[in-house]
Design a protein around this ligand. Structure first.
Ligand code: 1GP
Length: 229
């Protein structure tokens, strides 16, 4: 687990992680070089994925990016068809906030045989969808309800259950393009109870917002929409 170990080490040295999310459905592979020049200097990871990605587009995106970067590329899959060996790793997500078995365990079973002998670094990740003030693609595609931002205790317990199930990361997601990002109060309460790294994404656009969420306790922030061309 090279990349996970690197992440733990960087966090132990009080450095924060920043993942830039690329949605293959919207990305033009020939623009990879200019895109990579436009992302922040403090970027530590690239995530590639989306809720609805046409077949083979994830692989084309990863292959194109690989020509111009040494940053680790992780698949952040909307479904099992997005698995590609061209990436460095994969967030093996389970949508813990929802009550749709297809996204809790169904997609994971569909991907399992493909991942059995994979060289991808597979990181079990508890994925928690939180109300972001507008309809999110994750809610729509998964057919699940996001957790309300005022349900802090339920969110904390969901994250804790994920950790107890063996997740190596917890991801608090407000949805791509969220009007309202996950509140600092939620981030700090979840962080207090976890001993695994905490990822926060959805609706974070500015440097000030990013710092606010880091200060609340996020170990990694994911930004997508802010850098879409
Ligand atoms: C979405 O958390 C990510 O899955 C990033 O969201 O596109 O709003 O930055 P944004």
């Amino acid at each position: 687990h090279v990349y996970y170990t690197q992440l733990i080490k960087m966090l132990s040295e009080n450095r924060k992680a920043l993942a830039i999310l690329i949605d293959p459905e919207k990305f033009i592979p020939t623009k990879s070089e200019s895109f990579l020049k436009s992302i922040p200097k403090d970027t530590t990871h690239l995530f590639v994925g989306g809720s609805t990605v046409p077949k083979d587009q994830t692989e084309a995106t990863v292959t194109a990016l690989k020509n111009y970067t040494t940053l680790p590329i992780f698949i952040f899959p909307g479904d099992y068809t997005q698995i590609t060996e061209t990436a460095d790793g994969l967030l093996f997500l389970s949508l813990l906030s929802g009550r749709n078995p297809e996204y809790l365990i169904g997609q994971q079973i569909k991907g399992a045989s493909k991942l059995k002998d994979s060289a991808l670094e597979i990181i079990p990740t508890g994925y928690i969808l939180i109300e972001g003030g507008n309809d999110s693609a994750v809610a729509k595609v998964s057919g699940t309800n996001p957790m309300p931002q005022n349900a802090i205790e339920a969110i904390v317990n969901t994250a804790l259950a994920g950790q107890l199930l063996g997740a190596k990361l917890i991801y608090l997601e407000a949805g791509s393009g969220a009007k309202r990002y996950v509140s600092p109060a939620i981030v700090s309460e979840v962080k207090k109870t976890l001993r695994i790294p905490l990822i926060v994404g959805g609706g974070i656009k500015t440097e000030a917002q990013k710092q606010e969420i880091y200060n609340a306790g996020a170990d990694m922030i994911v930004m997508g929409t802010a850098f879409e061309q």
